[in-house]
Design a protein around this ligand. Structure first.
Ligand SMILES: *Cc1c(COP(=O)(O)O)cnc(C)c1O
Length: 393
């Protein structure tokens, strides 16, 4: 067991499925043509891109011409928000978002604030849920965009996207959702949800890294993001990442086909882990909503310990997990998401995210439950505060 690596960080990234790699491979080698060329191997690339576009459109209930490939989920978020903001300046300069967005959204909004836009960062409750009523109340005559994530990458909380979409539509305001964590876990239909723009990223659902897509509802006013070529109907210049796009198409098809079965398995692993940690480890707190939660997400705070030390000790035992989001590790600031749900700095620092995926088994959870309580106890023994609490009992 000691030598096997158990990967519990699927919210950070996933391995590419063999079937996906297989479809991508020819586009690196014999089918390497530039999709803008008119000879046959160029046309083959073009055709492969359009087939991938159809697969994405089908997965979202959208039209193919509403799907635009990007270089990542972050790029899709940047394009959606800056693109709508700059293109609709004549109508207003106010944007509504939440305090728990991914940094690709939050930092983009902060950038826009430095350029004359006004942003409302809605708070969330202790489970990470945004209130639909507060969204409604935040709307002003100059509001042009609401951008609220579908599901949170750290604590897994799923937002009431359909209700927010309804409000946006009633008020004639564009609605963007960062659905990077939702695709492959939650059924998404852009029309039923009244979503105008939606971001996704292939590497979060067993596709390759460095490729994403933005759904842009027909008629939405949005500026071109990358200038320089006619690719993506003139709206996103760059020679297309053909193998990546082909991989995204295959991955989203697989992810949406097997969604129910996949979720059932993940929910099983998740609920068992939540139950057992709750039973076996004292002084803990489950972060995120217990039920409105991504199927594969577990996030706990452990009092009296540092998340980083916990991760290192788990790593020594062959377990890869995360404390909050990959982008925040490496910095000492506690996660903005954990602070927004009301955790103190100390408690936020002692958090662990376990995100399950396709390869995980009940044996993996058995092993985790064998080592985690011992590691937590050992780390706590180094805490003078914990000693005091223990003596007090
Ligand atoms: C991973 C992630 C992103 C960024 O996607 P990249 O393709 O890695 O740039 C954006 N939003 C959320 C919620 C994510 O989980």
């Amino acid at each position: 067991m000691e030598n096997k690596m158990i990967y519990f960080d699927h919210a950070a990234t996933t391995p590419v499925k063999p079937e996906v790699v297989e479809e991508m491979m020819p586009y690196y080698t014999n089918k390497f043509g530039n999709a803008s060329s008119i000879y046959s191997i160029g046309r083959e690339s073009k055709k492969a891109i359009e087939e991938a576009r159809e697969r994405v459109a089908k997965a979202l209930g959208a039209m193919t011409r509403e799907i635009f490939f990007t270089g990542s989920g972050s790029e899709a978020d940047n394009w959606a928000i800056k693109g709508v903001a700059y293109s609709n300046k004549d109508r207003g300069n106010h944007i509504i978002t939440t305090a728990i967005e991914h940094h690709a959204v939050l930092h983009t909004c902060q950038y826009l604030e430095s350029d004359g836009f006004e942003v409302t960062y809605l708070p969330v409750d202790e489970n990470g849920l945004v209130s639909v009523e507060q969204v409604r109340k935040a709307i002003k005559p100059n509001t042009i965009l609401i951008t609220i994530m579908f599901a949170n990458n750290e604590i897994g909380t799923i937002q009431p996207i359909a209700e927010i979409g309804k409000i946006a539509k009633e008020n004639n305001i564009y609605f963007h959702t960062d659905a990077v964590q939702a695709i492959g876990s939650i059924p998404v239909n852009v029309n039923e949800l009244n979503v105008d723009l939606l971001s996704l990223s292939a590497h979060k659902f067993y596709g390759p890294k460095g490729v994403g897509a933005l759904y842009i509802r027909k008629g939405v006013k949005i500026t071109t993001f990358l200038h320089g070529g006619a690719q993506e109907r003139g709206r996103r210049a760059s020679t297309e990442n053909v193998p990546g796009i082909v991989g995204l198409g295959k991955a989203i098809e697989l992810a949406t086909e097997n969604l129910e079965q996949y979720n059932k398995k993940l929910i099983d692993l998740r609920d068992r882990t939540i139950e057992e940690i709750t039973k076996k480890v004292p002084f803990i707190k489950l972060n995120g909503d217990r039920y409105k939660r991504l199927p594969g997400n577990v996030n706990f705070s452990f009092e009296f310990i540092e998340g980083e030390s916990l991760l290192l000790m788990l790593d020594m035992k062959g377990i890869a997990a995360s404390s909050g989001s990959a982008c925040t590790s490496g910095s000492l600031d506690p996660s903005h998401v954990l602070l927004a749900i009301g955790l103190s700095h100390e408690i936020a620092h002692g958090s662990l995210r376990i995100s399950f995926g396709d390869e995980n088994t009940h044996e993996d959870v058995d092993y985790l439950m064998e080592v985690l309580p011992l590691i937590v106890e050992r780390l706590r023994e180094m805490s003078p505060l914990y000693e005091k609490v223990k003596r007090g009992n």
